[in-house]
Design a protein around this ligand. Sequence first.
Ligand code: NAD
Length: 245
Amino acid sequence: MRLKDKVALVIGGTSGIGEATAKAYAKEGAKVGVSGRDEEDGNRIVEEIKEAGGEALFLKLDVTQFSEVKDVLNRLIKTYGTLDILYNGAGIHDDYQNALELDEETYDQLMAVNLKGPYLSVKAALPTFLEKGKGTIINVGSQGSFVAGPGGSAYVTSKHALEGFTKQLAFDFGEKGIKANLLAPGYVETPMTEGSEEERLKDIPAKRAAKPEEIAKLAVFLASDESDYMHGSSVLMDGGWNIGR
Ligand code: NAD
């Protein structure tokens, strides 16, 4: 029970890595707000958490809308009393389109979800964290936070920028008891990577994709007090993919 009595908001918690993280947080004793776009999946995940003996509620959210982010946070705090952990996992991909292929609308939407979303949720959560003198922020980057290739022009740009945002958060708020870190997965079996070519496995020393549950273990560590001396770190979990790039 490494997260006993903590309250977590898992944005992007209705699928893939976020779903596994929401379940892992609940298993470790946290009360979890499962947040994302898909109502059916959100309710299913909450039911599964409750059946396993955990506490959770579904909070439908479009993370690009600040009014919705504030509303979700208020509802979570009204239900569970506070917020301790903010997990920013909402993300969309750009189908590996280069700058010439990419249309402006796709670029704007991707940046709004992958980059502005974390800023909006952090902005909404910071007053609570500052009042408590403690708070945990986990931003989900990617191997694409460090190298080109895991996405197209917009995806890789957004994930690089998210690393910068995370560092600046740690720089600005570390002394107030707030830790912010970047969790950077490699290739994970989720709806986002469905249909991805298996070709990439030849470059991954582990010779397989990660399961979302494996990434969730790192998300638990970054959410727990065990990582309290980590500020602005970027942690790769990629089966060694990055070392050969
Ligand atoms: P996924 O498609 O399974 O899940 C994405 C989640 O984001 C869903 O819960 C969805 O509802 C939510 N979301 C999308 N748009 C949203 C919006 N506007 N508002 C609120 N929520 C929104 O994807 P996944 O593979 O689990 O990816 C989760 C995160 O991990 C993403 O940030 C992704 O970039 C990152 N990532 C994934 C991989 C991988 O191989 N799957 C690798 C590196 C990084």
